[in-house]
Design a protein around this ligand. Sequence first.
Ligand code: ASN
Length: 335
Amino acid sequence: MGAPEGQFTGCPSSTCIFNQFRERVQVQAQQIVVLGTGGTIAGRAQRAADELGYRAGEIGVEQLLEGLPALEGVTVVAEQLAQIDSKDMAFELWRELAARCRHWIEQPQVQGIVITHGTDTLEETAWFLHRVLAPRKPIVLVSAMRPATALSPDGPQNLAEAFTVVRTAGASGVLAVCAGAVHGAADVRKVHPYRVDAFSSGDAGALAYVEAGAVRHVRAWAATIPSHELFDRLQRTAQWPWVEIVHSHAGADGRVVDALASAGVQGLVVAGTGNGSVHAALEQALLRARDAGVRVVRSSRCLEGPVIPLAKEALPCTPLTPAKARVDLLLDLLA
Ligand SMILES: NC(=O)C[C@H](N)C(=O)O
């Protein structure tokens, strides 16, 4: 676990990656904070050769840091916030994650934050943290596709590269590092169920690559303006809004929307076809729901590219993926 608030964890030598000694020191050196949430990066399998039949979120974050290359002049502080498979990510953990990020990021000695996270909902957490914190310092989500017990785990390399990104001058915003690529929160998306290089930023492309321990830029870091307003609203929220995603497809039927609306859904994202188009039967039901007070937003189920808004469309659209559009709608409805 990390140091209690106000206590500084000192590193006895510059070759120490993780401070196991918890000394109080007078002079504050640079810190990187690692927040553990679980995922395959912390997964354990019965046999080393088993790359899919494992349990996510088993190995502690401190253990994941052991054996990584030394970071000169930096103390690493670790906190275990959760041990979950990220498919089970929940609002309460998001809220706690945002609070711990905000706590650490505002401390001058903290260079940035690394969050160990499962790949399944990583893009949603990335977008959530981007919207809520829009940090000037880097917050890097790091994951793996093979469990920590695999013959050749990808987690340690990804972790080392996440540290490289945090230490890169000018790095900012919420980022995801996987398989040598640095993705921005707005574009990152899981695109493969088991390949090690499981993420893509689609036609926008990665922001940077980590090559031989250095970051090569391709695009500028996302511009960020930290705002406390959304964060404060989030901390006050007792009941999270109910927002669902419905898909448009051949033979779509509006009854699913009618059922959700009568059950009290507050927001609906429709994963439309192509440029966010919606089957006529589904659209009629969505318009009925909208008229009854449900917030409705169109996105696209296409893997790449934003929906382009067209004139005279009844339902508003977003360039975000359906999962990220849902995060936006949740946050909008908090108001
Ligand atoms: N590769 C992974 O991390 C998948 C895992 N199910 C998770 O999201 O926690």
